[in-house]
Design a protein around this ligand. Structure first.
Ligand code: DSN
Length: 420
């Protein structure tokens, strides 16, 4: 059952309680490989469910537009100080509601509508808010986009340099949502400096790896850093913008009053708890284990003939190109879900298929590593993925059901925070 208990909810609103219990059981029984998801600790869950949700606190500590901030001010200050210490930054704003609002605040802080922004193209591994056409960031700003090299699957730094020199963007985003390799923050910084752009490192996917020392840090290269708090960082759904002192005032003004009203104080508390957890040796070990597990899973998948974009991974994320397997990403992902293995279909660079039915699968090891799984489980998962993808092609539901039952047996051996 859900842990902490939801007994009051069950009595007040059994319909919602049943759905919450169902989701908790689903998370317990599945192998969760969605690269942007994780399991938060019970302490983080408790912080999310506190009376802090009752309080308005527009403004910043010591400068609020509502009374009664005796506990909220020190709480937000703690979250800010923990972020500054963990990442080694001069300034942190912990109020953005999530990653997209955080990035919108960056636009508001440093660009005027119509200004040029440069980011990684979404189908190449970037994010919607890095200037993709359907996003407000691509409609209201002049976005230019870089991609990866066809031969290596890695970010094409020559293209980044040439594009930056030709287009003179005011802001350059690095980072994204489907990048399996280390981001070369120093190389991006050199280009940004040459063209007079502000480099923004969107570290949403890899924030936990950076905090745990398992990926190089952008600090010292990117004066502005945006991140969500709920992926590898293993906190609640939320976001932060970190920066050097020179960009601090513009960011704070953009988040509030520029874009948002009152911060979600229960989320701020949970972010503070997660940041404290991330400062421990246990979390450093976790971050390195996430990377080791991803490497083991990638190797086992490659041995089974799966084509991996860039040939492997340096971080928590693997991108499979299913073209050679003769099946699209969507039917494969749906079949894997029926087999108890949860991931998402994804475009791959230079994809010949449509975004709603692309050629790829995206996987990540943050959640399974939180459950305590290791190399042996990664090999087992690769074998199940192989069997399930074949079964999907053959329309063999019996094989998928058999895998789902084996998955339930495996997951029962690995405790899940949030479930007792
Ligand atoms: N939706 C997130 C992801 O899955 O990577 C990015 O915002």
């Amino acid at each position: 059952m859900h842990q902490p208990s939801i007994a009051h909810l069950a009595s007040a609103d059994p319909e919602i309680a049943r759905l919450v219990e169902g989701e908790a059981r689903r998370q317990y029984e599945k192998i969760r490989l969605i690269a942007s998801e994780n399991y938060v600790s019970t302490a983080v869950l408790e912080a999310c469910g506190t009376v802090l949700t009752n309080k308005y606190s527009e403004g910043y500590p010591g400068r609020r537009y509502y009374e009664g901030q005796q506990f909220i001010d020190p709480l937000e200050t703690l979250a800010v100080n923990r972020a500054k210490e963990l990442f080694g930054v001069e300034h942190a704003n912990v109020q953005p509601y999530s990653g997209s609002p955080a990035n919108l605040a960056v636009y508001l802080a440093f660009l005027e509508p119509g200004d040029t922004v440069m980011g990684m193209s979404l189908p190449m591994g970037g994010h919607l808010t890095h200037g993709w056409s359907v996003s407000a960031t691509g409609r209201w700003f002049r976005a230019v986009r870089y991609g990866v090299r066809r031969d290596t699957g890695r970010v094409d730094m020559d293209e980044v340099r040439e594009l930056a020199r030709a287009e003179r963007p005011k802001v350059i985003f690095c980072g994204g949502t489907a990048i399996p390799r280390t981001i070369d923050f120093a190389a991006f910084a050199e280009i940004a400096q040459e063209v007079g752009a502000i480099l923004v490192a969107d570290i949403a996917h890899i924030a936990g790896l950076i905090a745990g020392g398992a990926h190089p840090s952008p600090v010292g290269h990117a004066p502005v850093i945006s991140t969500t708090t709920h992926k590898t960082l293993r906190g609640p759904r939320g976001a932060m913008i970190m920066s050097d002192a020179a960009h601090a005032a513009a960011i704070d003004k953009a988040v509030f009053p520029g874009l948002q009203g009152g911060p979600h104080n229960h989320t701020t508390a949970a972010i503070a708890v997660a940041l404290r957890e991330a400062a421990t040796q246990g979390f450093r070990d976790y971050a390195h284990a996430v990377v080791t597990n991803a490497a083991a899973l990638a190797e086992a998948l490659a041995e089974r003939g799966f084509d991996l974009v860039s040939g492997g991974t340096d971080n928590h994320l693997i991108l499979i190109d299913l073209t050679s397997k003769g099946i699209g990403g969507k039917p494969a992902a749906q079949a894997l879900d029926r087999a108890g293995i949860e991931l998402n279909y994804n475009t791959v660079p230079f994809d010949q298929r449509k975004p709603f039915d692309p050629s790829g699968l995206r996987l990540g090891t943050a959640a399974v590593t939180t459950r305590g799984m290791g190399a042996a489980e990664m090999r087992q998962i690769a074998s199940w993925i192989d069997q399930a993808v074949k079964a999907a092609g053959d329309g063999d539901e019996a094989v998928l059901a058999q895998i789902a039952s084996e998955v339930r047996e495996l997951t029962a051996a690995f405790p899940m925070p949030g479930w007792a």
